[in-house]
Design a protein around this ligand. Structure first.
Ligand code: SAH
Length: 354
């Protein structure tokens, strides 16, 4: 069977053998560790109008918030006390120089404060959407070293069908190029089960990731949000849950050393999402640290799952996986493609409290 046929194949036994093959390869290559990124969704203000996303600027039904520096620092301190070695800062897209100044200051302060005890401090991933080369550079110099920007679909036509005409596919490619050129570990990804998406599109997405030699991958099922134009969109060609598991497993088989997240969206649509996502090859999770009162307003999609760190740890353990509280967990692929040895960013002593 070729990739497209695997993606279209409804037989659950074949799904299980695909997942097993991927799990075996992952255990051999990366062991049973799961890297952690404490996720701080610090703002839901957005200039974009993506047809699928609840944060789109035309959605007037959500309350807009923006955490200040001290609120973010407090979440970061609590994260470090809990033993989280890395953070991911995510927001809607603002892209003004004022906002980039703000994030740069936050990143600098986070890096400085968290490494005061001589430890490597907190690792930092950013996910702020499309910015200029100079803005990405500024944030890199401030101390961010990983960046996530999903292509959403690598097919220009499908991309166009889920974005307003002001949001341009080629621009996103330029951003991904810029991030790589600057020296970030670069992550991208797609949604699975979009209206009009076929196994052919998804097979092309996998080829796109391999082709672009990406370091990190984030893929999750599309979940319709009622306050968006795609509120009632369905894809009758595929089951988003099993198709996402297949995409994870295939991606792991093609890219043995990248970091790949088990998305919150996958965990939202099925109670076994985390366990199966880990087995299928995911090796990163992003426990949500966003303050409880803000969480309902960071509504990319509906009914987003919130799981405590303890629950995540318990579920992972149930599938035989161990959360890596003791290391940054950078992408192995990043160092390999640059001909560098993988650094030891281990936290000093027992980093875990509470
Ligand atoms: N503004 C940033 C980050 C926020 S959106 C950026 O553009 O990168 C983060 C991701 O959430 C998006 O890349 C998209 O893939 C996902 N997302 C948005 N709406 C979604 C939906 N309805 N269902 C599933 N995933 C969604």
């Amino acid at each position: 069977m070729n990739v497209q046929e695997i993606l279209a194949d409804p037989d659950p036994r074949n799904l299980e053998s695909l997942i097993s093959a991927s799990e075996q390869l992952r255990l051999n290559n990366l062991g049973n560790e799961v890297y952690l990124r404490g996720l701080i969704e610090f703002s839901n203000r957005c200039r974009c109008d993506c047809l699928y996303c609840g944060l789109r600027k035309s959605n007037r039904e959500i309350h807009r918030y923006h955490l200040d520096q001290e609120q973010i620092m407090e979440l970061a301190r609590a994260a470090q006390v809990r033993g989280l070695p890395s953070l991911a800062l995510q927001s809607g897209e603002i892209a003004t120089s004022r906002e980039v100044d703000f994030v740069a200051r936050v990143v600098e302060t986070l890096r400085g404060e968290s490494s005061r005890d001589g430890s490597p401090g907190l690792g930092i991933t950013l996910s702020l959407g499309e910015l200029s080369y100079a803005q990405y550079q500024r944030l890199f110099e401030a101390g961010a070293h990983r960046y996530l920007l999903r292509i959403e679909s690598s097919d220009p036509q499908l991309f166009r069908s889920i974005h307003p005409s002001t949001q341009v596919y080629e621009r996103r490619l330029e951003c991904l190029d810029a991030l790589k050129d600057i020296g970030y570990q670069v992550g991208t990804g797609v949604m699975i089960g979009l209206p009009g998406q076929t196994p052919e599109h998804l097979a092309a997405d996998l080829a796109f990731f391999v082709d672009r030699d990406i370091d990190m991958l984030g893929m999750g099922p599309f979940i319709a949000h009622p306050q968006t134009p795609l509120a009632r969109a369905v894809n009758e060609m595929m089951d988003p849950y099993t198709t996402t598991l297949k995409m994870l497993a295939l991606a792991r088989l093609f890219m043995p050393d990248i970091n790949m997240v088990v998305s919150t969206a996958l965990q939202t649509i099925d109670p076994w999402g985390l366990r199966q996502g880990l087995r299928a090859g995911g090796n990163v999770i992003m426990p949500i640290l966003t303050p409880e009162e803000c969480r309902p307003d960071y509504s990319l999609y509906i009914d987003k799952q919130f799981k405590s760190l303890d629950l995540l740890e318990e579920e992972a353990a149930g599938a035989g996986y161990r959360l890596a509280f003791d290391k940054w967990g950078d992408s192995h692929h990043y160092y390999r493609r640059r001909g560098l040895s993988y650094p030891d960013q281990r936290m000093p002593g027992e980093n875990r409290a509470g």
